[in-house]
Design a binder for this molecule. Structure first.
Ligand SMILES: Cc1cc2nc3c(=O)[nH]c(=O)nc-3n(C[C@H](O)[C@H](O)[C@H](O)COP(=O)(O)O)c2cc1C
Length: 400
């Protein structure tokens, strides 16, 4: 999701730099727009460096080339259409007046008129200014129009006076943004270790044994966990997918590499979800050089790989452990047995025989096996939604 962060000419403008970081931590893409007066208080470079994006400071391009003029002429419309929310923090008395009266004499005030996205503003000013009938009326007009106002706080102001006018705490502003965007934050403070994808077990440097896992379920879980405020470590076997931005991504290839990466990140995580399809077997004697076609053996000796899930279950240390069972012909007794023997807290089972479930499809139908023996059926739906149901279940079980 994308947020435009408008910064206006207040002493508190520096606080917007930290706010930008906090928005990014919630995995929001941020486009900063500064008024000309805001640049008297803080340099655009600070926001450009933090956001990794050009900061918009002007309505009109001053470089004078024909192409840049065309670009700048349509930029306010392009930004207006691409954002999910316009946040102005801090907002001056001046910008409140412009927004309330439809004045469009710079990029930010024009953006306000041009966007259909919801608007959140966090004013900051001297307490006499905040109390002035003109400001009060402008705030009331904006609120009546559906703009969400995060009221300034009481306290010692930069001008030396004490009263209401200090920019609200960043956490309050962030809360208003998340609520407006419908972002749930029920996994804030959690570090979730997720594994995804297949592993590849070498026969020689060219050939390997693998399975049909696409990684889609694990990546959907990572995306959903991020959206709900968790820190996510994604340990993934080779897939065609792009890691969600904001995850700590750990690419691996073999079961042994996956085991080592999982053990390394296990101690710092609070929840572990093992959605990867780790190979159960690997060639017992992989060749260091490519085996010539004529010398390929009729049979390859195999040996079991480490059962990573069972190893984690033995050294659980208070973590919430979720396993996946993807099989053909699952039985409830067999699944319950797996849940117990591996010391898991939840087991997500899907039957690979079912159309639309399991490997390499965008949908899944799963059953959630709980420790108390009960089972919750999650009917066929997009893997993104299944991910949400699994996280809901984890939350529910951990609160009991
Ligand atoms: C040192 C200083 C601090 C200011 N602090 C504020 C402030 O906190 N709130 C405010 O509404 N205006 C403040 N102003 C006045 C605004 O900068 C002024 O109204 C300006 O026109 C706002 O332009 P903008 O809304 O386009 O950024 C301050 C001015 C100065 C010189």
């Amino acid at each position: 999701m994308k947020v435009a962060l408008g910064v206006t000419g207040c002493i508190a403008a520096y606080k917007a730099a930290e706010l930008l970081r906090q928005l990014q931590q919630r995995h929001l893409e941020v486009q900063v727009v500064m008024t000309r007066h805001a640049q008297e208080f803080i340099a655009p470079l600070t926001f450009a460096a933090l956001s990794g994006q050009k900061v918009i400071t002007e309505m009109f391009d001053r470089s004078g080339t024909a192409s840049s003029n065309v670009e700048s002429a349509i930029e306010h419309i392009a930004v207006a259409q691409s954002i999910d929310l316009l946040l102005v923090a801090p907002a001056t008395a001046d910008i409140l007046g412009k927004f309330a009266h439809g004045v469009a004499d710079d990029f930010l005030s024009t953006l306000y008129l041009a966007t259909k996205a919801p608007v959140v503003i966090a004013p900051a000013m001297n307490c006499e200014m905040w109390d002035h009938p003109a400001v009060r009326e402008n705030v009331a007009t904006l609120q009546a129009r559906g703009v969400r106002v995060v009221e300034p706080e009481e306290g010692y102001l930069a001008c030396g006076m004490v009263g209401q006018g200090r920019l609200a705490a960043n956490d309050k502003i962030l809360e208003a943004v998340c609520e407006t965007l419908g972002l749930v934050d029920d996994f804030v403070g959690e570090t979730i270790l997720i594994t995804a994808g297949p592993t590849q077990e070498d026969i020689d440097p060219v050939r390997y044994i693998t399975n049909r896992s696409s990684g889609k379920m694990g990546y959907a879980l990572a995306e959903e966990a991020l959206r709900r405020g968790a820190q996510v470590v994604l340990v993934s076997g080779p897939t065609a997918l792009k890691p969600p931005s904001g995850v700590e991504f750990v690419p691996v290839r073999t079961a042994a590499e996956m085991g080592a990466a999982v053990k390394k990140h296990f101690k710092n995580s609070t929840i572990v979800i093992k959605a990867a399809a780790v190979a159960d077997i690997r060639p017992a004697h992989p060749s260091a050089s490519k085996i010539k076609k004529e010398k390929l053996p009729a049979a390859i000796a195999l040996e079991p790989t480490e059962d990573i899930l069972a190893s984690l279950g033995r050294s659980k240390d208070g973590k919430f452990l979720v396993g996946f069972a993807a099989e053909t012909g699952l039985t409830p007794e067999g699944t319950r047995q797996k849940l117990k023997s591996k010391n898991l807290d939840l087991l997500v089972a899907n039957d690979l025989n079912e159309v639309g479930a399991g490997f390499d499809v965008d949908t899944n139908h799963v059953q959630l096996f709980r420790l108390d023996g009960s089972v919750r059926d999650v009917p066929l739906m997009a893997k993104a939604r299944v991910a949400g149901k699994i996280l809901d279940e984890i939350n529910h079980l951990r609160k009991r």
